[in-house]
Design a protein around this ligand. Structure first.
Ligand SMILES: Nc1nc2c(ncn2[C@@H]2O[C@H](COP(=O)(O)O[C@H]3[C@@H](O)[C@H](n4cnc5c(=O)[nH]c(N)nc54)O[C@@H]3COP(=O)(O)O)[C@@H](O)[C@H]2O)c(=O)[nH]1
Length: 701
C-alpha cells in the first residue's frame, strides 16, 4: 500500500491526502453531530416524560390520597393527547399498581422498576415519586414509544449523511482545485526540466506562477539553469578551443609525418632524392630494364673546388652553392630521370632507356650547366663538375656495381682536370686502386719524412735579380718515381694529412734558407704554400708562430701563399688569423689570383702584401687579348692597393716583356728557372753575387 502510494503521481497523492483529511474531518463532525443529536433528543424525550409525569402526578394527588381509582384512570387518560406516550401507570405508596393507561398492547409491570429511567419492552420509561407535603404517596411510570423517536432519528441521520456526502463532494472539488494550485507550479517546473533534458536547450526558463516557496523554487531553478547555461557555454567554448587545438595538432602531425616521409626519401638541403631513394629507383630501373632488355645510365657527379669554397667561405655559402648547382642539374633532366644528392658535393643521376650518345649529350649539358659562375652572398663563385658514367648492363648488372664504376669514372674525370665527363672503362679501376695505394704511401712517406724541397726563384723585373723563392714540395717514391704535388696535395687535403705536410715544408724551408746565409738574415724572401683547409681549424697562426720560433727565421722574410677563395672569404676567423699572422711581420700573398673573382672592396679590407697572377692568364698573353686586359687590370689594381704583383708561370719572352712593360714587380716561371734543389739555388745565388750583370739576363735558361 505504501509502495503503491509512492509510485503515484504527486497530483494524485495530494488529492488523496486532501480527500482523506477532509473526509475524516467531515466523518468525525457528522458522527459527533449525530451522536450529540441522538443524546440530546433522548434527553428531550425524558424531560418531556418527566414533565408529563409531574403534571399527571400532581393531578392524581387526590385520587391516590382517597384511593379513587377511576379518577386516577381519568387523569391518566389525559395522556392520550400525547403522541409519544404509549402507556402510563400510577403506583400507590406500597408500590402496587393503582391505575394504568395503555394505547397499545404493552404490558405494564405490577410494581415500578427500581431504575428511574430505562427501557421496558422496547419503550422508554421514567419512574418518579408523587410527593405531597414531603411525603411520598405514590409513583408514576410513563412509557414513551421509541419507534417514533427512532424514525425521527433515522430521518435526521439521513439528512446528516446527505450533508456528509455533499460535503465530501465539495471537499473533493476543492481538493482538486487545491492540489492544482499547489502542484501546478511544481509540474510546470518538472515540465520545464523535462523539456530542457530532452532538447538540451539551457536557454529555456520556468514560468514563475506563484510568489510562495514554489515561486522561490522556480527562481532558484532558473538561476541554476542560468549557471548551467553559462557553464555549458563555457564548456562549449572550451570544447571548441580543444577541437581547434586538436585540429591544429592533427594538421601539424600530418605535416610532420609528410615532412618525415619526405625527409626519409629526400635530401633536406636540396629537396632532391636522397641516397636511399636513388638506390631504390636504381634497383627498380634495373628490374624494368632486365625485362625490357633496355639500357640504363648511372652518372656520379662531384663538384670540383667545392671543398675549397666550403672550407673558406663557410658552410652557409657552401650550402647555397649546392642548392644553386642542384637546381641547374635538375633543369637539364627529364621528369623520368632521377637526380639525387648522395651527400656533400656528390650527386647521382639515373637515366632510363639511355644509350651512349643520349647519355653523353645529357652529361655534356650537365657539365655546361655547372661551368659558369654563381653569385652567392655577393661572391662570384666558379665551380665545375666531374662526371663518371656507367651503363647497364655492360658496366654492371647490380646497383652497387654500377654506382661504384660511375664513381671510379668520376675520379678519372677529376684526375684529368675536372669539368668533364667520362664513361667507365675497366682500366679505371686500376686508377682507384692506385689512389688508395698512393694514400698509404703518403702516410708512410710522411712518417719517414721522405719529402724534399725545391725552390723556384722569383725575379725582380727592375733589377733582374732573385728577390725571393717559393718552396715547393717534392716526393720521390722508390717504386713510383717522382709523384707530382698536383696529385698528392689534393689527396693529402682529402685524407687530412695536409697540416702535417705544410708544417714540415715551412719548417724545413726556413731552415734551408737560413743555412744558405749561415745564420745571418737572409736577403731572400721565402714563400710557402698554405692549404686553405688549415684555416678551418683556426690554428694557422699558432703553426706559423711555432715555425718562426723553432727555426729563428725572420718573420718579415717569410711570405704565405694562400688561395684567393680563402682571402675573399668573409668568415671572421680567417680575417682574424690573417691579421694576427700579419702582425707577426709575415707577409701574405694571394696565389693564383684572378680565378675567384674577388671584389676590390674585399681586397682593400684584407692584410695583404702581394698578388700572384694566375698562370692561366699569363700563358694566354700574346694569344688572348682579354687575358692581356685582365693581367694589365690586375697589375694596375694591385698597385692602387699598394700591393706587389708577381706574374707566375712566365714561360716566354713575350709574356715577360708584357708584364714588365706593365710594371709587374716580380716574375716566376720556367723562362727563368724551374723549381730547383737547395744546392742549385745556392749556386744561382752565388753566381748572382759574383756577377755584376743581372742574373736573369744571363742566357742560362
Ligand atoms: N700546400 C702546398 N701546396 C704545394 C706545395 N708544393 C707545391 N704545392 C702545390 O702543388 C701544386 C703543383 O705544384 P708544382 O708541381 O710544384 O708546380 C709548381 C711549379 O712547378 C709550377 N710552375 C712554376 N713555373 C711554371 C711555369 O712557367 N710553367 C708551368 N707550367 N708551371 C710552372 O707551378 C707550381 C707552383 O704554383 P703556385 O703554387 O700556384 O705558385 C701547386 O698548386 C702548388 O701550389 C706545398 O708545399 N704545400
Amino acid at each position: 500500500m505504501k509502495s503503491l502510494f509512492k509510485t503515484q503521481p504527486l497530483k494524485r497523492k495530494l488529492l488523496a491526502l486532501l480527500m482523506i483529511i477532509s473526509c475524516s474531518v467531515l466523518l468525525l463532525a457528522t458522527v459527533g453531530f449525530a451522536a450529540s443529536d441522538w443524546i440530546s433528543s433522548r434527553g428531550d424525550l425524558y424531560d418531556r416524560m418527566r414533565y408529563q409525569g409531574n403534571l399527571i402526578g400532581n393531578n392524581s394527588l387526590a385520587a391516590l390520597t382517597f384511593g379513587d381509582r377511576a379518577a386516577a384512570r381519568q387523569t391518566l387518560s389525559t395522556l392520550s393527547s400525547e403522541d409519544n406516550v404509549v402507556a402510563a401507570a400510577l403506583y400507590d405508596h406500597a408500590g402496587q399498581r393503582f391505575a394504568a393507561y395503555r394505547k397499545g398492547p404493552l404490558a405494564l409491570p405490577a410494581t415500578p422498576p427500581a431504575q428511574a429511567t430505562g427501557e421496558h419492552e422496547g419503550a422508554l420509561y421514567i419512574v418518579q415519586p408523587i410527593v405531597h407535603d414531603h411525603e411520598t404517596i405514590g409513583q408514576i411510570m410513563i412509557l414513551s414509544e421509541l419507534s417514533n423517536w427512532q424514525q425521527q432519528q433515522v430521518q435526521r441521520m439521513s439528512v446528516v449523511l446527505g450533508l456528509f456526502l455533499v460535503s465530501v463532494l465539495v471537499a473533493s472539488i476543492l481538493s482538486d482545485v487545491a492540489q492544482g494550485v499547489v502542484t501546478g507550479p511544481i509540474l510546470n517546473l518538472a515540465n520545464t526540466a523535462r523539456r530542457i533534458t530532452k532538447t538540451r536547450n539551457y536557454q529555456l526558463r520556468a514560468e514563475k506562477l506563484s510568489r510562495d516557496e514554489i515561486g522561490e523554487l522556480a527562481d532558484d531553478f532558473n538561476e541554476m539553469l542560468h549557471q548551467i547555461q553559462s557553464r555549458d557555454e563555457e564548456l562549449r567554448s572550451i570544447q571548441a578551443q580543444l577541437e581547434e587545438k586538436v585540429q591544429e595538432r592533427t594538421a601539424e602531425l600530418e605535416e610532420l609525418t609528410r615532412q618525415l616521409e619526405h625527409q626519409a626519401f629526400h635530401d633536406t638541403l636540396t629537396g632532391l632524392a636522397n641516397r636511399a631513394t636513388f638506390d631504390n629507383n636504381l634497383m627498380t630501373a634495373i628490374h624494368y630494364a632486365q625485362r625490357r632488355g633496355s639500357q640504363l645510365a648511372v652518372m656520379f657527379l662531384d663538384l670540383d673546388r667545392f671543398k675549397e669554397v666550403n672550407d673558406t667561405l663557410g658552410h652557409g655559402v657552401g650550402d647555397r652553392l649546392l642548392v644553386e648547382m642542384s637546381t641547374r642539374l635538375h633543369n637539364c633532366l627529364r621528369q623520368s630521370d632521377t637526380l639525387a644528392r648522395l651527400g656533400g658535393d656528390e650527386f647521382a643521376v639515373l637515366l632510363m632507356d639511355a644509350d651512349v650518345d643520349a647519355t653523353a649529350e645529357v652529361a655534356h649539358k650537365l657539365v655546361q650547366a655547372i661551368d659558369h659562375p654563381a653569385v652567392i652572398d655577393g661572391y662570384n663563385l666558379q665551380v665545375t663538375t666531374s662526371i663518371g658514367i656507367s651503363l647497364y648492363p655492360c658496366d654492371g648488372t647490380e646497383a652497387s656495381a654500377l654506382l661504384k664504376n660511375a664513381d671510379t669514372a668520376m675520379y678519372h674525370s677529376k684526375e684529368l682536370g675536372g669539368n668533364q665527363f667520362n664513361f667507365y672503362v675497366t682500366e679505371m679501376n686500376q686508377r682507384t686502386e692506385r689512389r688508395m695505394l698512393l694514400e698509404s704511401k703518403l702516410r708512410d712517406a710522411l712518417s719517414k719524412q721522405a719529402f724534399t724541397l725545391c725552390y723556384q726563384p722569383k725575379w725582380n723585373t727592375q733589377s733582374l735579380r732573385i728577390a725571393g723563392v717559393e718552396a715547393l714540395i717534392r716526393w720521390f717514391d722508390p717504386e713510383e718515381g717522382f709523384i707530382s704535388p698536383a696529385e698528392f696535395i689534393p689527396l693529402a687535403e682529402d685524407c687530412g694529412l695536409i697540416g702535417e705536410i705544410d708544417d714540415w715544408v715551412a719548417r724545413q724551408a726556413c731552415r734551408d734558407i737560413l743555412s744558405l746565409y749561415e745564420g745571418a738574415e737572409p736577403e731572400l724572401s721565402l714563400a710557402v704554400n698554405l692549404s686553405p683547409a688549415l684555416f678551418v681549424n683556426e690554428d694557422v697562426y699558432r703553426r706559423i708562430a711555432g715555425t718562426l720560433e723553432q727555426t729563428g727565421f725572420p718573420a718579415h722574410k717569410l711570405e704565405l701563399e694562400v688561395t684567393e677563395t680563402l682571402v675573399v672569404s668573409e668568415v671572421a676567423s680567417v680575417h682574424e688569423q690573417l691579421s694576427k699572422i700579419r702582425q707577426l711581420g709575415v707577409e701574405i700573398a694571394i696565389d693564383d689570383f684572378g680565378v675567384a673573382y674577388s671584389s676590390l672592396s674585399r681586397l682593400k679590407q684584407l692584410p695583404l702584401n702581394t698578388l700572384k697572377i694566375d698562370r692561366s692568364f699569363i700563358q694566354d698573353i700574346g694569344s688572348d687579348q682579354d687575358d692581356e686586359v685582365i693581367v694589365r687590370t690586375i697589375i694596375d689594381m694591385a698597385h692602387n692597393l699598394n700591393l706587389k704583383v708577381v706574374a707566375e708561370g712566365v714561360e716566354t719572352e713575350q709574356q715577360y716583356q708584357f708584364v714588365k712593360r706593365h710594371h709587374c714587380n716580380l716574375v716566376q716561371g720556367y723562362l727563368f728557372s724551374k723549381p730547383v734543389p737547395l744546392a742549385e739555388l745556392a749556386r744561382l745565388l752565388q753566381q748572382q753575387s759574383c756577377s755584376r750583370e743581372p742574373l736573369a739576363s744571363i742566357p742560362h735558361r
